[in-house]
Design a protein around this ligand. Structure first.
Ligand SMILES: *[C@@H]1O[C@H](CO)[C@@H](O)[C@H](O)[C@H]1NC(C)=O
Ligand SMILES: *[C@@H]1O[C@H](CO)[C@@H](O)[C@H](O)[C@H]1NC(C)=O
Length: 269
């Protein structure tokens, strides 16, 4: 075989045989993500029954673009209450209050990972992100990792400034397509995340109308419930991580490792 045909072969033969995928507290871009923050915040006692009832009454299930004045007022109160909470881990230290107050539930917190004069304080979980930027840009770290000098620019955790056009309004139909076509999917959710609450993630999984194969039950580690799980037809498993936040691995590494291992081994959680 000539060089050209070899090259062609390597272009057409898939080198990776994809079998499935894992997503955790995934943003879908759909209204699900935002709308379920209200029932979630109610369920965990951040907003009152009265406010929740007023939201249902005045906003009619849509908490994103209020057209009604009463709804807008309710959502404003909602926003004030929620600003008391660390969105990615509701039990965490809320150390970015100032950055959040003028945005409606935006994901501003991720900007902490971009270089910023607003250095988080030591008690913030985000202090780790700040440190990791310093660590990864240190010459001795790079040397230890075998990074060739001059080949890699500045490391920025969660780089936000990549230029791209956002043209997929919702990823949900892609999840539907992939799982319908036989890709296994593990969709997990830290149950202490208010950014993408587990309620919203489970709701879009359910919207596929796949039948239940393994009904809702606890999954365990070391004799304790590590979360809850349900498996649907087309090999789509939804699982919560008890105590996990937006990035469950940060607070529940052992549980996440066990979950991933079982799923990769094709075992039930
Ligand atoms: C889903 O799959 C069908 C073919 O099975 C394709 O026609 C359609 O464009 C796909 N939709 C998306 C959103 O990928
Ligand atoms: C699931 O069922 C509901 C209610 O019958 C329906 O409105 C919806 O379109 C279905 N979803 C899919 C993906 O077929």
């Amino acid at each position: 075989m000539g060089k050209a045909s070899l090259l062609l072969l390597s272009l057409v033969v898939p080198r990776i045989n994809l079998k499935g995928y894992v997503v955790g507290n995934p943003v879908t871009g759909s209204d699900y993500d935002d709308n379920f923050r209200v029932p979630y915040a109610h369920g965990v006692g951040i907003i009152s029954d009265q406010l929740y009832e007023a939201a249902i009454r005045n906003c009619k299930g849509s908490y994103i673009r209020p057209t009604d004045k009463m709804c807008a007022r309710v959502l404003n109160t909602f926003q004030n209450l929620v600003s008391e909470i660390d969105l990615p881990q509701i039990l965490g230290v809320n150390c970015i209050r100032g950055m959040l107050t003028h945005k409606f539930l935006s994901e501003e917190y991720t900007q902490l990972s971009d270089p910023s004069p607003e250095q988080p304080t030591l008690d913030c979980f985000a202090y780790r992100y700040y440190l990791c930027n310093i660590w990864a840009n240190d010459d001795s770290t790079r040397e230890a990792l075998g990074v060739k000098r001059g080949t890699t620019g500045e490391f920025i955790r969660c780089k936000k400034s990549i230029p791209y056009a956002s043209e997929v309004p919702s990823s949900i139909k892609y999840h539907f397509n992939l799982t319908s076509r036989g890709y296994r999917a593990l969709v997990f959710s830290g149950d202490h995340d208010l950014v993408i609450p587990f309620l919203s993630t489970h709701a879009w999984v359910r919207s596929f109308n796949f039948s239940v194969v393994d009904d809702w039950r606890a999954w365990h580690l070391d004799g304790q419930a590590a979360g809850f799980t349900i498996t649907y037809a087309n090999y789509i498993t939804f699982a919560t991580i008890k105590g996990g936040g937006h990035v469950s691995i940060e607070h529940r590494p052992k549980e996440c490792l066990a979950m991933a291992r079982r799923w990769l081994d094709n075992e039930p959680l």
